[in-house]
Design a protein around this ligand. Structure first.
Ligand SMILES: *Cc1c(COP(=O)(O)O)cnc(C)c1O
Length: 413
């Protein structure tokens, strides 16, 4: 996966010592800034602004206040008593489904919106695939009082009509993208183009731990609140650290947010669960870490789903939020260095996990999050009596149209 002469033990030591991203914005061989010349000054300005503000007492106070009073943090840690009984290990759920707007994405959105304001931006642009990051961005922009433009693939706008309505109610302008694949990939390209045309007045609010430096780092820092809370809650409420830590991986923001505060805890096994879709064939899944090879997408060198010629592949997943052919560069490093494992859960396993979680715990999880539950079930059955902490990244209300035509239509009721 990476050059055979690369010393992966050294890479892991550097990662655990907090040396990444380095001065070139790299996590070992991954990451960086593979963008047109015109974007470099904007990214450099963003990086400088981030360094000036992100870890100041003033920013942290503002961010903490929004996390608590607007998002409703800390989110609960729930002991899943009936799933634990069925699966044979102690299952704990970190409840990002309880966060305002229904998923973890809001942590990043309000954090970057606050940063945009500090940097003097006059408007915010964002991209969205399934619409969840668009809704989070629209809400965050309304909260801080900046206009918001969301680029969304024309195909996705049709598939995710309720989220388009939510964004518009929250005051955002939703722009259909009719170029390229007319989905998330093209929407990211459009948002970058908009940003370049006015890099001083506009702030680009990217939705996952992907893209050119400094976004993967910035998003990780903002989402790490999930793992910091969960780590303290496990110690206080579960009596100790988990044996395994499991989250779903799309672009990688909920997972890196949960994982990062645990990466130095050697006893904790860390597992990212990707969308196994319909199977291992090209185009049948969105399991980038499991089946990908390194390459460049959206300004970043990272694992990608591509064919022999390096063409980015179409992806498939029953969960729109996992349907992305790339993954964050830090995940690529953590996998290459052996600190995380990558697994897949198929569409069918994820849907079955939605049903099991609903019926056993009274929680309707997002189909994305159900991939992590399917991974947790596998772990629990293979490691009875252990403690497993699952990142429940969001709630499944948004998935009702899909659940109507799958679980409910199959007479699973
Ligand atoms: C968007 C989304 C994901 C996937 O995105 P990451 O950046 O990988 O976290 C996972 N779960 C939910 C509920 C989402 O909305």
């Amino acid at each position: 996966m990476i050059a055979p002469d690369v010393d992966t033990r050294r890479l892991l030591a550097d990662e655990l010592a907090g040396k990444f991203p380095d001065a070139r914005g790299r996590f070992g061989p991954f990451g960086g800034r593979y963008v047109p010349e015109t974007l470099i000054p904007a990214l450099e300005r963003l990086e400088q602004g981030m360094r000036d503000h992100l870890h100041t007492a003033e920013f942290e106070t503002d961010f903490a206040r929004e996390l608590k009073s607007w998002i409703g943090r800390p989110t609960a840690l729930t002991y899943a008593a009936r799933l634990s009984e069925k699966w044979g290990a102690h299952v704990w759920l970190k409840r990002e489904d309880l966060a305002h707007t229904g998923a973890h994405k809001i942590n990043n959105a309000i954090g970057q919106a606050l940063l945009a304001k500090k940097l003097g931006a006059k408007r915010i642009v964002a991209e969205t695939g399934a619409g969840q990051h668009g809704v989070a961005s629209a809400a965050a922009c309304a909260r801080i009082g900046l206009p918001c433009t969301v680029y969304m693939g024309a195909v996705d706008m049709e598939r995710q009509a309720p989220n388009v309505g939510r964004m518009r109610l929250l005051g955002a302008t939703v722009v259909p993208v009719t170029s390229g694949d007319r989905t998330l990939r093209a929407a990211i390209d459009e948002a970058l183009r908009d940003w370049v045309s006015d890099p001083l007045g506009t702030y680009y609010l990217l939705g996952s731990a992907i893209g050119p430096h400094p976004y993967p780092y910035l998003v990780r820092e903002l989402q790490s609140v999930i793992g910091r809370e969960a780590r303290a809650q496990m110690i206080a409420e579960a009596g100790g650290l988990p044996d395994a830590l499991i989250a779903c991986v799309g672009g990688g923001s909920n997972s890196i947010g949960l994982f990062h505060p645990f990466i130095r805890d050697e006893s904790v096994q860390i597992i990212g669960v990707e969308a196994g879709g319909r199977g291992a064939g090209l185009g049948e899944n969105a399991a980038t870490l499991a089946y990908g090879r390194p390459g460049v997408l959206h300004g970043c060198y990272t694992m990608l789903l591509q064919d022999q010629e390096g063409q980015i592949q179409e992806t498939h997943s029953v969960s729109a939020g996992l349907d992305y052919p790339g993954v964050g560069p830090e995940h690529s490093l953590l996998l290459a260095a052996g600190r995380i494992r990558a697994e897949t859960a198929s569409d069918e396993e994820a849907l079955a996990a939605v049903k099991e979680c609903c019926e056993s715990e009274g929680i309707l999880p997002a189909i994305e999050s159900a991939h992590a539950l399917a991974g947790a079930k596998r772990w629990a059955q293979a490691h009875p009596g252990t403690r497993v902490l699952v990142g429940l990244s969001g709630r499944g209300d948004k998935d009702m149209p899909t659940l109507q035509t799958t679980l409910l239509a199959q007479g699973h009721s």
